[in-house]
Write a protein that binds this ligand. Structure first.
Ligand SMILES: [Zn+2]
Length: 272
């Protein structure tokens, strides 16, 4: 599932190609995504308008249009957004094609259909964007914010980091990696961490996300950027999906356990 570095990688790969382009037409081949695609709204607000910028909020891509509306895209579990010249054959599971004024297309593919493609009208309050926590690469994401907000919380520090109401964009890969690099055990109750430990956690989350963006994201199964290129952060994974492999720091085997229904990977010796 794409997390913040993957969505940011797609944004950076598409932004220079899309800024200033007009979306001439929109072809919707399948409306049954997690939220049904509202074709009329796409035609009304997005079609015929120019893209001024590509932004990101958490794992949402926000295409800013010159009429003040926005095209909101979430990739769900398996979504891909690919730029192509326009003549290529349509791959299976291509649900939406955005045809640009230069003949190119941006195609949204999503075998599992957990994603979302929708128009947000100017000044419309979009429910999907309400209640989201701060961006982890913003000044709001601090040790004090987490320490104060999670005081008394009994759920695990890993589950807290993966909660988009607390901080956006951190999923299973980067929560596991960040906790390894700061030496904090994933099952520790969030409310039991000291301010100093939260400082280590925030610094580690920021470092891991920045490094993953530099490497173009993590390609485990099928992640590709907007130009079809894979990421390279998978070579840097210290614990995620590394069960029984030797810890990079101490050589003991990496362990896996299930926390709140998700796999936690950790070194029992290096993480306390
Ligand atoms: Zn270790």
């Amino acid at each position: 599932m794409p997390e913040l570095p993957e969505v940011e990688t797609i944004r950076r790969s598409l932004q220079p190609l899309l800024a200033g382009r007009v979306i001439k037409s929109i072809l919707v081949r399948e409306t049954r995504l997690r939220r049904p695609v509202n074709v009329q709204r796409l035609r009304k607000w997005i079609q015929g308008h120019a893209i001024t910028a590509l932004n990101r909020r958490g794992k949402y891509l926000l295409w800013e249009m010159d009429n003040g509306s926005r095209l909101l895209i979430h990739l769900g579990m398996s979504g891909r957004l690919g730029y192509c010249a326009g003549q290529e054959a349509m791959e299976p599971h291509t649900h939406v094609c955005l045809c640009l004024d230069n003949g190119a297309q941006v195609r949204y593919r999503d075998p599992r259909r957990f994603g979302c493609v929708q128009a947000v009208a100017p000044n419309e309050r979009c429910g999907l964007l309400q209640g989201l926590g701060p961006e982890p690469l913003s000044v709001e994401f601090t040790a004090d914010y987490l320490y104060d907000g999670l005081r008394g919380s009994r759920r695990s520090v890993k589950a807290a980091l993966m909660d988009s109401r607390i901080v956006v964009g951190v999923g299973n890969i980067y929560a596991n990696e960040a906790l390894f690099h700061c030496g904090i055990a994933p099952q520790r109750p969030a409310g039991a961490l000291s301010r100093e430990e939260w400082k280590r956690v925030t610094e580690s989350v920021i470092r891991v996300l920045r490094q993953a963006i530099r490497k173009g994201g993590t390609t485990l199964n099928d992640f590709r950027n907007g130009l079809g290129e894979p990421g390279f952060f998978q070579a840097d994974l210290a614990v995620y999906d590394q069960e029984n492999r030797p810890c990079r720091r101490c050589g003991r085997p990496i362990r896996r356990m299930v926390l709140q229904g998700r796999s936690a990977f950790y070194c029992p010796a290096c993480q306390k």
